[in-house]
Design a protein around this ligand. Structure first.
Ligand SMILES: [Zn+2]
Length: 350
């Protein structure tokens, strides 16, 4: 309502993902609304919270994964098609956003049963390929030349990125939980290989020594990120890097759209920002991190219909504030990795 009074219909034709960034003054208003929301939302103990919220069959209640804080600040209840619904709480100590109740890890496969691989191929394939290419470009020259370097794509789906990685000359291997995705991947790959299940169960992955590990839209799906990241750190070779693309919990769009935010999708479990991801990396033995702001794939690829003046405004605002609706990060395993790539990526030590 307030938005309608302020802006009328002038910005109605812009995509949702761009509107909030280009309307004059909107960032200030949304930030103020967000602070008000945090002040008003009650903070409860974990026993009180778990006593008042229904628990699904495959779910469990969690304390904050990053800092151990037990208190809960319930903020959102995203819902979607086919009747899914969950609750998102904020950790009042470290600000981490996570689904609570969360999904028990042994039931993670239940979320991906059925035809998930059709989503990862088909009409989304071209868009996803573009997203991979833009992100690799944002972290150039780390991905420019794969020759002789080992790459692990964790959560490789139907192998779309593995295909790109083998084109770039990487010795590439992937793992995924979905049997039909893995089968589909291996049907099209030439030198890269996709495997089903746990990295520890696959000898060529368990052996480690990877120069690059990629997590394309996977981080938000991990119910035990500390265990997973400690494992990624072990699997990296000296001088290795880990690439993360995930939804950005500090996005202005989350503050603007709340429970209707595009990052609250059916299978997302945890929501990171440039403030909380470094905590996860520090706790699992990484040495540094760099972030690349995300202006939206259409803007970066030069295909947006946004007029030049508004495009400049969007880029300036994202750069100066939240970093965009997606978070792109490059984590450095050790000092060697920082020395090799850090200066160019404007890395900070953890
Ligand atoms: Zn916390």
């Amino acid at each position: 309502m307030l938005v309608r009074i302020l802006y009328g219909s002038r910005y109605d034709r812009l995509p949702h993902g761009q509107r909030a960034y280009v309307r004059p003054g909107e960032r200030v208003i949304r930030e103020a609304q967000w602070r008000l929301r945090l002040r008003r939302a009650p903070v409860t103990s974990l026993p009180d919270y778990s006593g008042s919220v229904p628990l699904g069959e495959i779910e469990e209640f969690l304390a904050c994964t990053l800092c151990g804080e037990e208190r809960q600040q319930p903020l959102f209840e995203p819902t979607g098609g086919k009747g899914w619904r969950y609750r998102v709480v904020r950790c009042p100590a470290c600000g981490f956003l996570y689904r609570n109740p969360n999904v028990r890890p042994e039931h993670l496969g239940d979320l991906y049963a059925g035809s998930y691989s059709s989503f990862l191929t088909g009409k989304y394939a071209a868009q996803r390929r573009r997203r991979y290419e833009l992100t690799m470009k944002a972290f150039s020259p780390v991905f420019e030349d794969g020759k002789g370097r080992r790459l692990l794509d964790f959560g490789c789906g139907a192998g779309l990125f593995l295909g790109l990685a083998e084109e770039l000359g990487f010795d590439a291997v992937g793992v995924d939980l979905s049997p039909d995705s893995v089968e589909r991947a291996n049907a099209t790959l030439r030198t890269a290989r996709a495997h089903l299940g746990d990295p520890e169960d696959v000898p060529e992955i368990a052996a480690g020594g990877f120069d690059v590990i990629t997590l394309w839209s996977v981080l938000a799906h991990l119910p035990r990120p500390l265990d997973d990241f400690a494992r990624f750190r072990r699997l990296l070779a000296p001088g290795g890097v880990l690439l993360v693309l995930t939804v950005n919990a500090n996005s202005l769009l989350l503050k603007a759209y709340g429970s209707r935010w595009s990052g609250f999708t059916k299978n997302h479990l945890m929501f990171y920002s440039s403030a909380t991801l470094p905590v996860l990396l520090r706790r699992t033995g990484f040495s540094g991190v760099a972030f690349a702001p995300h202006f939206g794939d259409a803007v970066e690829a030069g295909t947006t219909a946004l007029p030049a003046k508004l495009r400049r405004r969007l880029v300036t605002r994202i750069r100066a504030s939240d970093g965009g609706n997606m978070m792109r990060a490059l984590a450095f395993a050790d000092q060697e990795a920082l020395e090799r790539w850090g200066a160019e990526q404007k890395a900070r030590e953890l």
